[in-house]
Design a protein around this ligand. Sequence first.
Ligand code: TXA
Ligand code: MG
Length: 323
Amino acid sequence: MSVPVLSSSASALAQAVEALRDGRLVAFPTETVYGLGADATNPQAVASIFTAKGRPSFNPLIAHVADLDMAERYARFDDRARDLAARHWPGPLTFVLPRREACLIADLATAGLSTIALRVPGHPVAASLLREFGGPIVAPSANRSGAVSPTRPAHVVESLGDRDELALILAAGRTEVGLESTVLDLSEATPLLLRPGAVTREQIEAVLGPIEVAAGTHENAPRSPGLLLKHYAPSATRVRLGALRAEPGEAWLGFGPDPFAGRQAITALNLSERGDLAEAAANLFAMLRTLDDAKHRAIAVAPIPDEGLGVAINDRLARAAHG
Ligand code: TXA
Ligand code: MG
């Protein structure tokens, strides 16, 4: 039997809250991607996230909270984190901070680390859910481990629709940002950008001054165990980056107004014909899913400018290509 997909209403929210209290999972929209949520303080509920996703359990989760006050119950904030939170919360920015001694979030959620990842999501449905639930909700992206993140309710159904752990999906159409949040580690003296996202390095440096950026390949003992290189990979075909045109047998994923580059492709899509990076980010995962088909020898992807949001897009593409 497939899981209920409910468009958000007061009664859908009430059902979601009840499911979370019962230790079950709820998929919900954030402004970045759909999350697979559990009561962060319930170890069994958290464990069922890993079962449902088929995710290696050493991978720590982001705790979603309603506001800064709630966040400060679980982590020790400093001025840097408060300044950034004042500017970017609610929003697609996650902080890794020292976990408080009295933090009630399940150890499994933080993979036994002395730090915790926190964010206040910007989506109104996520905000209502957190307010009504009244506590932290841990949520990775609502897909099977290793697949691209879901940006539409149908992606969640495809990936997890048959899982008993999942009580329901709160549906609110496609997500606006389309890429997972920026992850910034502020647990040590030097800020370290662990995962690029819609809040860019430039925006962070405007507040904090120079920061460090984690190396692009996270194969060797990364400070963030979840940032495995092959994290966002399509499963049925490979990805060829920086392509100037599609070769016969390939699929084409274009960027910008080039009507000819995809001419030889079996299937051709364009991330953004007008060359808009925000539009490209919002389309990226859905288009990768559509083109992820064994009939394509590869997905040839046009070059994406490596600036602003393009850095995050190229990061996800590099991971997809590594698969
Ligand atoms: O946009 C998002 O962030 C989405 C939505 C649902 O909020 N969530 C998401 O979660 O992408 P997930 O689990 O797919 O990615 C969380 C990332 C992982 O790379 C993980 O390693 C890192 O955050 N992370 C979590 N806790 C950490 C910690 N204590 N130290 C370092 N990295 C951590
Ligand atoms: Mg994920």
